[in-house]
Design a protein around this ligand. Structure first.
Ligand SMILES: [Ca+2]
Length: 212
């Protein structure tokens, strides 16, 4: 009789232990399913545009337009075999070309957004350089005035003589508040600040969105 009671008691204890393990497992699951407050994206353009689109402003020249193009290509790459190639023949000394991509976030919230990428440039020295465009906005820029906060550093590769193309790392941080549509728009490009033609490449783009 005692043996049967002992056996019963052991079974109850095992059952309680199993329930305990199950509850622990469920609570772990819940904690790992919490919505992350940091979202990381990476773009290497190995699959083409990867959600980005090309835009330009101030490209008018006489009766036509200056020549410009942005497209994924195979000439140079930092990661994999393709990078985004930018060509701007800046005959009007004003052209601005960039790629742009919307990112889904929560509406009406403030975010810290880091935009980091590799930039291949043959520009050297400190004069006659173009200017890098990088920014994050609640709305896609509709005018050059909207674009002004995205005018960043110059396109120089850090050398004081011609060494051809060099990859340089560029990183910028922004604070942006999303609108009611729950989108923020990231931009990467160049502003022609010298009257000549230039080609650049962008690859390995990280966009890190962190809610404040
Ligand atoms: Ca690539």
């Amino acid at each position: 009789m005692n043996t049967i009671k002992d056996l019963y008691s052991i079974k109850i204890r095992i059952l309680i232990l199993l329930i305990g393990i199950a509850i622990t497992a469920i609570s772990c699951d819940v904690s790992t399913n919490n919505p992350p407050n940091e979202i990381k994206y990476f773009f290497s353009f190995e699959n083409g545009w990867e959600g980005w689109t090309a835009r330009a402003m101030d490209t008018e020249h006489g009766d036509g337009e200056i020549e410009w193009e942005i497209a994924p290509g195979y000439e140079l790459a930092w990661n994999g075999i393709t990078a985004m190639k930018y060509y701007l023949n800046n005959l009007n000394d004003a052209g601005k070309i960039w790629i742009e991509r919307p990112f889904e976030v929560e509406p009406n919230r403030t975010y810290e957004v880091t935009v980091r990428y590799e930039f291949a440039t043959a520009d050297y020295g400190v004069i006659n350089l173009f200017t890098i465009i990088t920014g994050v906005f609640p709305d896609s820029p509709a005018s050059v005035d909207d674009l002004v906060p995205a005018f960043q550093t110059t396109t120089g590769n850090g050398f004081n003589h011609d060494v051809g193309y060099r990859w340089v790392n560029r990183e910028f941080k922004f604070t942006v508040r999303s609108g009611s549509d729950g989108l923020v728009h990231a931009l990467i490009g160049v502003w022609g600040t010298w009257e000549t033609h230039r080609t650049y490449f962008v690859d390995a783009v990280h966009v890190i969105i962190q809610e404040r």
